[in-house]
Design a binder for this molecule. Structure first.
Ligand code: ZN
Length: 265
């Protein structure tokens, strides 16, 4: 009997050991990738293309490089609509996504599995509901979408169109949606109050730092506010001090205090 049971026990022990060890091994692989960091060519690319990277203090920059390297190893990038995903595309998306995790932990977006990258805006076909509860069916063109906990969709053309002047950053926008869904964001009452302010400003025909698209609902408002927080932090701290403070506490970084890129060490 023992002789029959022995192989079964050995196999069971091996399976249990694997189940216990596999997550630890995967995490060690990610931490190694993080410690390995980015190449000099990668850093040069980010210095030229990503103002926030160039502006932040050296310690944070090293942390962003660790997170970015970890993200690039951990997430699968899928080229869609015929797009061939290059190393620099992965780098640009990863580094901007990891801005949002800079003050939040060592393993960026642990539940996210893949980033689906399209050449340009893509069309989805699913019912959607506006702020009055009216449901619209039919195709909708999108620049990005936080699909569920495991996937985010982005248009590369829109990733490239990021702009401090218009506080536009589709990567920050979609990953902010993702974090909002996962964590609840910085608090509904703050977002509701600030959203009312944006709607009032639009009603009065004022120019707004925040994209008017954020007036749609609290969810879009948070994503749009996150874009301004990372792309135009000084203006935002000036014009929306309470919202800025709320996002500073949520994201654990203070980009308005970062020196201008030219003065960075
Ligand atoms: Zn959105």
């Amino acid at each position: 009997m023992i002789r029959l049971l022995l192989p079964v026990l050995v196999v069971a022990a091996a399976v249990i050991a694997w189940l216990l060890l596999a997550p630890a091994l995967a995490e060690r692989r990610l931490r190694r990738a993080g410690e390995h960091g980015l190449s000099e060519a990668d850093r040069m690319y980010l210095r030229q293309r990503m103002p926030a990277y160039a502006a932040m203090p050296g310690g944070l920059r090293s942390q962003l490089e660790r997170l970015t390297a970890t993200f690039m190893v951990d997430k699968v990038f899928v080229g869609c609509g015929g797009l061939q995903v290059t190393h620099l595309m992965r780098l640009a998306v990863s580094a901007q996504a990891c801005l949002l995790e800079l003050g939040r932990g060592d393993l960026p977006f642990p539940d996210l599995r893949s980033v689906l990258l399209y050449p340009a805006g893509f069309v989805v076909n699913e019912p959607r509901e506006d702020e009055w509860g009216v449901v619209t069916e039919g195709p909708e063109a999108l620049s990005g979408q936080a699909w569920d906990t495991s996937r985010i969709l982005l248009s590369w053309e829109d990733v490239n169109a990021r702009s401090a002047a218009t506080a536009y950053n589709v990567v920050v926008h979609e990953f902010a949606h993702y974090l909002h869904a996962e964590t609840g964001g910085p608090g509904e009452s703050l977002l509701e109050a600030e959203l009312a302010g944006l709607r009032a400003a639009i009603d009065h025909g004022e120019d707004t730092l925040l994209d008017p698209y954020g007036a749609e609902d609290v969810v879009e408002f948070f994503a749009v506010a996150s874009e301004a927080f990372f792309e135009a932090p000084a203006s935002m701290a000036d014009s929306h001090p309470r919202l800025y403070t709320g996002l500073r506490d949520f994201y654990g970084v203070d980009p308005a205090a970062w020196p201008e890129p030219a003065a960075a060490s």
